[in-house]
Ligand binder design. Sequence first.
Ligand code: GAP
Length: 485
Amino acid sequence: MVRTAADTAAMTDFFALHLCNLHLSVTEMNKSPDAQRMEKIVSLCKRRGFIFQSSEIYGGLSGCWDYGPLGVELKRNVKNYWWRVIVHERDDVVGMDGAILTHPEVLKASGHVEGFSDPMVDCRTCKARLRADQVIEKKSGRQCPNCGGRDLTEARPFNLMFQTQMGAAANESSIVYLRPETAQSIFVQFKNIFKNILEVSRKKLPFGIAQIGKAFRNEINPRNFTFRSREFEQMELEYFCRAEEGMKLLDYWLGERLKFYENIGIGRDGLHVKTVSDEERAFYSKGTYDIEFDFPFGRQELEGVAYRTDYDLLQHQKASGKSLDYFDEETKQRFVPHVVEPSAGVDRAVLALICEAYSEDEAPDEKGKMETRIVLRFHPRMAPIKCAVFPLLKNKEHLVAKAKEIVDLLRPHMNVFYDESGAIGRRYRRQDEIGTPFGVTVDFETLGEKGAALRDTVTLRDRDSMKQERILVKDLPGILVSRIT
Ligand code: GAP
């Protein structure tokens, strides 16, 4: 299996010249506005606890990332929303959670052992290992994007799977793989799931099996922050159908997936659909779309939506000798279903959300002087923290007590943050920078010290407009829940 469309097509000269080497080497790029923006995003992610390089204190593990307190919330929100719209809100999809360690026969049958590879070129001058599509092609010959050297090897296939040994005996027969995609465990459990769940509940084709989980690829050059990692997460749906429904369902799922991205806050303008050409498409696919996003480092794939025909189930049926067919009670037909697969990367969706949300505007500081404000304009549904609660002053016991009461009131409904330190303007800025959409301030009016009319009311501040409204405390949960779901 040769890697398809998205991975091979999108390398522009920009990447080849400036980004080939990186995970965090944006600082080395010519500081174009996009490069500066990316640099600020990477730095914000570290400073505010979204994403750190894995094993950083030991020099970092290339292509691996750790999500900090805010990053993990953001990632969970993406995964939970995907699960909600793909599994919980539908009658025709169930979920599963497969093992990461995978039997070698599974990946032999799927074609990964033989062909899940990228063409790799070595630069003999700087010793860089390059994906063939990173090499700069000039009239005068091929050039290393890293050092400019011209002493390059021919391209040879490099298998991207991580392999390990299972059990105490380390020999050929103990080899297992870390799964390179979540899809295969769905295919090999197709019959079990159908028998146990779908047949009992009298589900018929078309129906889907969904999974969110880790996948591993030994990328030759992990790059663009988390965009191309060696350990990452996928959200995959295998939607089984009849052959004659395949092309129609491919378009249906493209539409659904575009809606998903819009609903998590990615504007339609920044999303692009690429119809993968016959030459670029996997040989078994009858149609594939890539959903792409305008990252600061260029237009790149977020998700693939592919009509994979009956290739996968047939391969596993042949290799295992176990029937993976479906019997239609109504028509009395027995056949191996076809499948349409929307396959999304969690880390790419998270990175797209951060890139989309990052913005700078002007706002007055405490003394009324305008200053630059950094804001992550996350959709409230995705924001890691939904509401921050501030007592106006931390040394006024009653303000603090009331603010903590409000935290307790909101906590069962959402992720809330309590902050009492520093001037109120500074506290707002800190929340703006991490994308908290709402801020509640408890002041002397709340305590009734400025008259009975405003007792038990608070100010509710909107992150984007910075406007404040006065709200009854008892109405807060309802108002906020309606704005974050
Ligand atoms: N089952 C089909 C499949 O795995 P893919 O295009 O290789 O197809 C699907 O991967 C999605 O997984 C991609 O669109 C991307 O979002 C994500 N993905 C793939 N490789 C990745 C990597 N090295 N780092 C981060 N995300 C990756």
